[in-house]
Design a binder for this molecule. Structure first.
Ligand SMILES: N[C@@H](CCC(=O)N[C@@H](CS)C(=O)NCC(=O)O)C(=O)O
Length: 213
């Protein structure tokens, strides 16, 4: 049985919880509180020397990095797929997800926010502004890309008839966008895609505030 070291309000952890639920893979969850600094403990760093969640313990060892975990899950449990079938669409879907996981999210990570506060003297409002600005900048690109692809709500999820990596990353990131007060009215397509995906049972049962997460 797989075991996932996760924190309820960690968006990278939420990505993995959604993927596991979509694929119906059984997992036991261990909470690693980022508030209580559990992620910095020796015990957790023995699992993930980077001191970040999520970390998935498998029969073969510990796997970190949410997108690498999703790729591994896809290879071990191919159905339902987390990716569109067409190679080009698959590449576009990955690019969408990487804007979030690689470009947007790291700039608002807990350790970055703590550094802004503790070493650069930023107050809570300035830190929130920093996070909101970087999220908005990334969302502008994603909104444009989504529009240019001709996506509209009467279509399927962002890239396929079922949720993909892109929907997973978007919904988790939207939670952060709301938390930091991003003006979402200028991203109607992203808001629509988020609204569609977040009511899917796999997204609902694994959401930060859902029981057991
Ligand atoms: N690229 C990593 C990011 C993991 C990550 O940074 N997770 C956050 C929580 S969402 C964390 O553990 N932050 C701890 C910190 O910043 O000290 C992934 O996708 O798994």
């Amino acid at each position: 049985m797989l075991s996932l070291h996760t924190f309820s309000h960690s968006s990278a952890s939420y990505r993995v919880r959604i993927a596991l639920a979509l694929k119906g893979v059984e997992v036991t969850q261990h909470s690693v509180s980022l508030i209580a600094n559990d992620h910095q403990s020796d015990a957790f760093r023995a699992l993930n020397p980077e001191g970040r969640v999520p970390a998935l313990v498998t029969e073969q060892g510990v796997l970190t990095q949410s997108l690498a975990i999703l790729d591994w899950l896809e290879e071990c449990y191919p159905t339902p797929s987390l990716y569109p079938q067409d190679p080009w669409q698959r590449a576009l879907c990955r690019a969408f997800a990487h804007v979030i996981a690689g470009d947007i999210f790291p700039l608002q990570n807990l350790s970055v926010r703590r550094k802004l506060t503790n070493e650069f003297g930023a107050d809570d409002a300035r830190v929130a502004q920093w996070c909101a600005d970087w999220i908005a900048k990334g969302f502008e690109a994603l909104e444009t890309e989504t529009k240019n692809r001709g996506w509209s709500l009467d279509q399927d999820y962002l890239f396929a008839p079922e949720p993909t990596l892109a929907d997973i990353c978007l919904v988790a990131q939207m939670n952060n966008a709301r938390r930091f007060g991003v003006d979402l009215s200028v991203f109607p397509l992203l808001v629509a895609a988020d609204a569609k995906a977040r009511v899917h049972p796999a997204f609902v049962s694994t959401a930060p505030d859902a029981k057991g997460n």
